[in-house]
Design a protein around this ligand. Structure first.
Ligand code: UDP
Length: 337
């Protein structure tokens, strides 16, 4: 009765692995470590370094570890990269999911949880956006995830698999005990950039547009704490174990904060001032993105614990400071070696 987590060494994957391990679940991870870190895994969780689309590897791990369910995170997540190199996204996301599903079918896996994204909605006509809204992605990234959703649906129908698709809104923050967090160098996400500015790693933060039709002119996002999102995966697994029907669920808090409010939350949490510069709009940005959370609330036994922007900012900052201290220690060792 083991859960196979692909991409378990990545940002959201590692928080989910930690939550699963703490809940006493048996977990095994496949990760190619292209963006993940083996150090993000709790002690004792087996890691197989390889591709989630390598069917031989997946089938071997399933057989050796008595895997009965799969949580599939592995994939590429940078929207502008997907514009520059769409085929890489269709390979890493869509083709990998296809191969993983093929292995899952061969091994009679009947529970599957898939990391999807609010990017499948494109620019929604109604806000908050519900799961029944039309899916019109604006990027190869969004399409690569949507195509994976469609495959999963078709496979589940054909082979009697049950699935939960989780469509993430803006994931942020870090483990409240700062054991793990977002380690990616060169991350483009607002909160990560704001904490990098607050910790002196950046000279400033740009606000991409303050002329949007919102109360303060900046874009609005629904930030979800990564540890709450991890718990949503545990709840989804429990739902499937209890025989729940296949379902697609938004993962957010149903509340939006503007870019300026988010930066202010980081400034307040850090007690430090940093330069905030108004910059032109970033092409492709959606003005407002807020989840309709009615369905997840009605479907899963999931109670968010960190539904507070100040808490998310504080946890992201604590993690960033720990990362900085560790990097400083490593640099010191390199200097004295
Ligand atoms: N943003 C910004 N400055 C930055 C990074 C992001 O103003 O340095 C804005 C971005 O234009 C968008 C919002 O923050 O309106 C969220 O962007 P992010 O890349 O974090 O996530 P997205 O919603 O695009 O997936």
């Amino acid at each position: 009765m083991t859960v196979l987590v692909t991409g378990g060494a990545g940002y959201i994957g590692s928080h989910t692995v930690l939550a699963l391990a703490q809940a006493g679940e048996s977990v095994v991870v496949i990760d190619n470590l292209s963006t993940g870190f083996s150090s993000a895994l709790p002690e004792g969780v087996p890691l197989f370094i390889g591709d989630a689309g390598d069917e031989n590897l997946v089938e071997g791990v399933i057989a050796a570890h008595n895997v009965t369910s799969i949580i599939h995170f592995a994939g590429s997540v940078v929207v502008p990269d997907s514009m520059r190199d769409p085929l890489a996204y269709y390979r890493n996301n869509t083709m990998t999911t296809r191969n993983l599903l093929n292995a899952a079918v061969k091994c009679h896996i009947n529970k599957f949880i898939f990391s999807s994204t609010a990017a499948v909605y494109g620019n929604p006509e109604q806000m908050p956006v519900s799961e029944t809204a039309p899916t019109r992605p604006l990027s190869p990234y969004g399409f690569s995830k949507l195509m994976s959703e469609i495959m999963l649906h078709d496979v589940a129908t054909a082979y009697g698999m049950s699935y939960v698709v989780l469509r993430y809104f803006n994931v942020a923050g870090a483990d409240p005990q700062a054991r793990i967090g977002l380690q990616t160098v060169g991350a483009t996400h607002l909160l990560k950039i704001a904490v990098e500015a607050a910790t002196g790693q950046r000279a400033k933060i740009d606000v991409f547009g303050t002329d949007y039709p919102t109360p303060d002119g900046s874009c609005i996002r629904d930030f979800i704490h990564v540890s709450d999102l991890a718990q949503a995966h545990l709840s989804a697994l429990e739902y499937l174990k209890q025989g729940g029907a296949s379902v697609t669920l938004n993962c957010g808090y149903g509340r939006g904060y503007s870019v300026l409010e988010t930066i202010e939350a980081v400034r307040r949490a850090s007690g430090r001032n940093f330069v905030v510069q108004i910059a032109p709009r970033r092409p492709g940005d959606i003005v407002t993105m807020i989840a309709d959370t009615t369905r997840i609330g009605a479907t899963l036994d999931w109670k968010p614990q960190y539904d507070n922007l100040g808490t998310i900012a504080a946890h992201a900052l604590a993690w960033e400071e720990k990362l900085l201290a560790e990097r400083g220690a490593t640099d010191q060792q390199a200097v004295s070696a």
